[in-house]
Structures are given as C-alpha cells and as structure tokens.
Unconditional design. Sequence first.
Length: 113
Amino acid sequence: MTGGRTAVLIAGGFSVWAVAFVVLYGALSVGCALNWHERTLVAGLTLQQAQLFGLFGLHLAAGAGVLAWAWRLPAPEGATAAFTLAVGRWASLAAVGATVFTFLGLFLLPTCT
C-alpha cells in the first residue's frame, strides 16, 4: 500500500464527517434564515428537515463508501502495512459511528427554536 493511499484510508472517513459537520450546520443556518422550518411538505415533514435528512443520508453513504473501500482492500505483506490497514479500517468504522452519533439530533430535536 502506498503512502498516499494510506493517508487517504486513515483520514478519509473523518474527512467525510468534517465536511458533513460544516455542510449540515451551514444548511441549518440557511434554512432557519429562510424560514424553511415553517414550510411543511408531507406528513408534517418540513422543508428544513427534508434538506437536513437528505444531506445526512448523502454523507452517511459517503462514509459507508469509505468504510466499504477500506474493508475490501487486500491484506498487504509486512507488519507495518498490515497495521496501517487495520488502523484505516477501524478509523473508517469510528468515523461512520461518529457521523451517526453527532447528527442523531436531527431526528430528535426541533430546528430553529
């Protein structure tokens, strides 16, 4: 495994999480400023919730993609390369867990109050 690929593997999942953090909180602010929390779409779902749920799903899928890529890589030869691969795999799993935990409030808390 090359050095650049290793860095992407280790940092990839948390990079997706960081982008999700910025995008979701930016979208929340824009939606509140434009009163999207007052526009109901279907079955009590507001425009604000719909956009946040959609962005969350997009970033969760991206994190899952990094995780799937990490676990599909073949086992390399050598102790250092194997250790680096294991760190990347577990970091990707931790990033997906952090994404779910961090943004769980989207489903439980009201927006723009």
